[in-house]
Design a protein around this ligand. Sequence first.
Ligand code: F6P
Length: 357
Amino acid sequence: MKRIGLLTSGGDCQALNATMRGVVKGLSANLTELEVYGFMNGYKGLIYGDYRLLTSRDFSGILTKGGTILGSSRQPFKLMREPDEKGLDKVEAMKQNYYKLRLDCLVILGGNGTQKTANLLREEGLNIIHLPKTIDNDIYGTDMTFGFYSAVNIATEAIDCIHTTAASHNRVFIVEVMGHKVGWLTLYSGIAGGADIILIPEIPYDIRRVVEAIDRRTKAGKGFTVIAVAEGAISKEDAKLSKKEYRKKIEAQKYPSVAYELAEQIKAANGPEVRITVPGHTQRGGSPCPYDRVLSTRIGVTAAKMILDEEYGYMVGIVNGKMKKVPLAEVSGKLKMVSPKDSIIQEAKLMGISFGD
Ligand code: F6P
């Protein structure tokens, strides 16, 4: 007999349901008795005792279903130790709900912030397994997160669609791709979509280099340019500011997002007029791609095996194609960023893609 809890926290992504299905199928196939409690809307459900007893029916037909059947919310890690508006100790409340249901383990699906709270609960003595979700693929200790390739597909399709219209009209387009802190999604979809300029947070850009890259294409007789820019792309100038100064500057400018700021900067540097496309949250939506369905199933089933073996305190990662138990204590709080030295960046540069540096 096992009793497990499941929750999905932070920004949603594709394959959350597929992962939970993998966990539950992996357990039901090997246990005669299993109770699965789903906490609603992320850590909120665990804090306030909002949960549902789930049956195998809940996990049927959800392999292909986007979003999360449990709902999700953002509960910042930095506020976890602060009481809520009614004075409730959130960490204590989460522990009490875990003990009340006599859970053997809590399986937590989420990104970096979620992982930090998962690690905190582990430190508080709960049996925790963390499963790495995010379209950003920025979780340290795993080569891949589920959600990433599905989002790459959507962002690539957006760039593909812009390509044909940009070419027909000889226009310069900016496509803004998700990713505030890291640029994996922009890098992969930019390369897959044949973007001419890729701007990511890890490589601050010089607007003169961006305009030069556009000019080079014009002089070579290519009338159009596609720029893939990450939400968190930053100029070399701004990268020198402190976090506080940068936030102040952004607030004062009131651009809806980085693409609009970049368009203005290009214009101010005597560049051409540009058009902007922001696929936004479509990148997190819809059905998981086949790669994510396979990855999430493997991750879910590996978690099930760990629960059967009573191995807790880990994230389930994938390293060199193999599933890996990664100690939460070793990875919590670390980000997996693009390095300007990564060979993928060097290869992209070799074939003429500009990173604006
Ligand atoms: O972390 C996933 C993510 O989609 C990022 O790529 C993006 O910057 C952020 O979440 C958007 O957050 P929200 O959904 O809260 O606007």
